[in-house]
Design a protein around this ligand. Structure first.
Ligand code: S3P
Length: 172
């Protein structure tokens, strides 16, 4: 049994991309929390936000965190807001380590500039909104995380860095 590796960080930081690679090379199963919630609800994240509202989505995140924290051998890609709720961070930590993927703001802006899937970003002042949300959230991600991973590199390289930092590489 391996402890879960839980990836957190801002939208666009690579939680899903790095998570898939990390799962493949570390012999864990990959779970994306947004995808998990979409499957449970048979609705997209956009539909959940527009039809049920953000508070309902946040409650679904806590339910998902509770379920996933009971499992092992997972790489879990959180949503960008998941660990901002201390209850979620506490639940997830019971099953493993929370890793923050730290990508510089200009790279995040570039990756997110044409996004159409994230309900929070569908607004005319997207650039300024991302900048202020990033400033607001980074300290909270750092508080929740057990380890901060410099994550500006391609997904595969970041996944390898994580395993090196955890000392798991030699056991592969
Ligand atoms: C959110 C991030 C999204 C998704 C939802 C809310 C956030 O996940 O959970 O749109 O509050 O930052 P990604 O970080 O995977 O885009």
């Amino acid at each position: 049994m391996k402890q879960n590796l839980i990836l957190c960080g801002f939208m666009g930081c690579g939680k899903t991309t790095v998570g898939r690679r990390l799962a493949a090379i570390s012999g864990r199963k990959f779970v994306d929390m947004d995808a998990f919630i979409q499957e449970e609800q048979s609705m997209t994240i956009s539909e959940i936000f527009s039809q049920l509202g953000e508070p309902a989505f946040r409650k679904m995140e806590t339910d998902a965190a509770r379920i996933l924290s009971q499992r092992q051998d997972l790489v879990i890609a959180c949503g960008g807001g998941t660990v901002l709720n201390p209850e979620n961070a506490h639940l997830l930590k019971q099953g493993g380590l929370i890793l923050l993927l730290d990508v510089p703001l200009p790279a995040l802006q570039e990756r997110l500039k044409n996004d159409t899937q994230r309900p929070l970003l569908q607004r005319p002042d997207r650039r300024e909104f991302i900048e202020s949300l990033h400033a607001q959230r980074m300290p909270l991600y750092r508080q929740a995380a057990d380890l901060v991973i410099p994550a500006g590199a391609p997904g595969n390289a970041v996944a390898r860095t994580i395993l090196q930092m955890l000392g798991e590489e030699k056991t592969l």
